[in-house]
Write a protein that binds this ligand. Structure first.
Ligand code: OSB
Ligand code: MG
Length: 369
């Protein structure tokens, strides 16, 4: 039976971060995102979040390009053809090339809607098995601040810390952290700051017992990463290079990485994310859920995804208060003793905080079916 959709609402929200988030590519001080609400004729509402940034620094999509693709292509496809299960969304959207974050924004809302219609948590609908998941956090690259932040997060029980590195800010930074926290489960994300010419710098990182190094080389590369992995001991984890299931198959086949970071937005939806997870499990490749400095809706989808059994490494999933004075969901996402409990309500298990939404919405439109 088709999902009986009454309409789709898109809202652009905008909120300052508590503290700027900095990588070698620049700083994020304010976050815009698209909140998607899909309502059916029985009054169930599914929520999704478009995680493209205001500018194309991480991937080529932006808030404005996602909005355009949602409004002019994806929502019309859904209105015209309809679907009965969110698993059909990727086929429905296949006439639109890439634009994965736009697709995921609508597709995740359809997953939430479907779970709410069935009256079960989204994690159950996708086959999740965990009752709570470990929280991980990313800290900034100002050394004294990072050391203080790490201490605070360890007190809160966080299970793993990630730092951002680049050739200007790596060996000294990591060694100082290691001096103070010799046993900390620590990993480093380079966001493509290196090339194969830096192989000696990257080899030197082997001495620090990092859990992994994330995306050291080109954002679209899987060939050079295979060459690098054969020369360093630290496991390579791919983030930017993995945008489809096929990328995963090829990267594993080539030996380009030993771990994969799964982001629902980057791969175009929860269906594709789950397919990647299932394949990685079959190949013995551990996965973890990446973060996008997101609001609570996307965070809630990440929590459901991370309840799948192959998510054996703590992800970039922290509480609402990591970046926000006040999130757009209620209750907010909280970390207790380093763990996040699976919500028990139907769907994503969190409600939109309508008062907060009003404060932070800068534009909205409703598309009736
Ligand atoms: O490379 O994983 C990344 C944030 C925005 C874009 C890309 C990345 C990140 C993070 C932080 O590393 C994740 C988070 O805390 O949300
Ligand atoms: Mg990354």
């Amino acid at each position: 039976m088709l999902l009986d959709i009454k309409g789709v609402k898109l809202s652009i929200v905008k909120m300052p971060l508590k503290n700027p988030f900095t990588t070698h590519l620049g700083s994020v001080t304010e976050r815009e995102a698209i909140i998607v609400e899909v309502e059916d004729r029985n009054g169930f509402i599914g929520y999704g979040e478009g995680v493209a940034f205001s500018s194309p620094w991480y991937t080529e999509e932006t808030v404005q390009t996602s909005y355009h693709v949602l409004k002019n292509f994806l929502i019309p496809l859904l209105r015209k053809k309809g679907i009965s299960h969110p698993e059909e969304a990727s086929l429905l959207f296949s006439s639109v090339r890439r634009n994965h974050m736009a697709k995921a924004a609508l597709e995740t809302a359809l997953w939430d809607l479907r779970a709410k219609i069935e009256g079960i948590p989204l994690s159950n609908l996708i086959g999740g098995t965990m009752e709570s998941i470990p929280a991980g956090v990313v800290v900034g690259n100002n050394l004294p601040e990072a050391l203080k932040q790490i201490e605070g997060y360890l007190e809160q029980g966080f299970k793993r810390v990630k730092v951002k590195i680049s050739p200007e800010d790596d060996l000294h930074y990591i060694s100082e952290i290691r001096k103070q926290f010799p046993d900390l489960p620590l990993m480093a994300d380079a966001n493509s700051a290196y090339s194969l010419e830096d192989v000696d710098r990257l080899k030197a990182l082997d001495d620090f017992g990092l859990l992994m190094i994330e995306q050291p080389l080109g954002y679209d590369d899987i060939i050079d990463h295979a060459k690098l992995q054969s020369q360093i001991k630290t496991p390579i984890c791919l983030d930017e290079s993995i945008v489809t299931f096929e990328d995963v198959r090829k990267a594993i086949d080539l030996g380009s990485c030993k771990v994969i970071n799964i982001k629902i937005g980057r791969v175009g939806g929860l269906g594709e994310a789950k397919r990647i997870h299932d394949y990685c499990v079959s190949k013995g490749i551990p996965v973890w859920a990446g973060g996008m400095i997101e609001f609570g809706i996307s965070r809630a989808h990440n929590i459901a995804l991370a309840s799948l059994p192959g998510f054996t490494i703590p992800g970039d999933i922290s509480g609402s208060d990591r970046y926000w004075e006040k999130d757009i969901i209620q209750p907010e996402i909280t970390v207790y003793d380093g763990m996040i409990k699976m919500p028990e309500g139907p769907g994503i298990g969190f409600k939109l905080n309508t008062k907060r939404m009003k404060e932070v919405t800068v534009f909205e439109e409703i598309f009736e079916f």
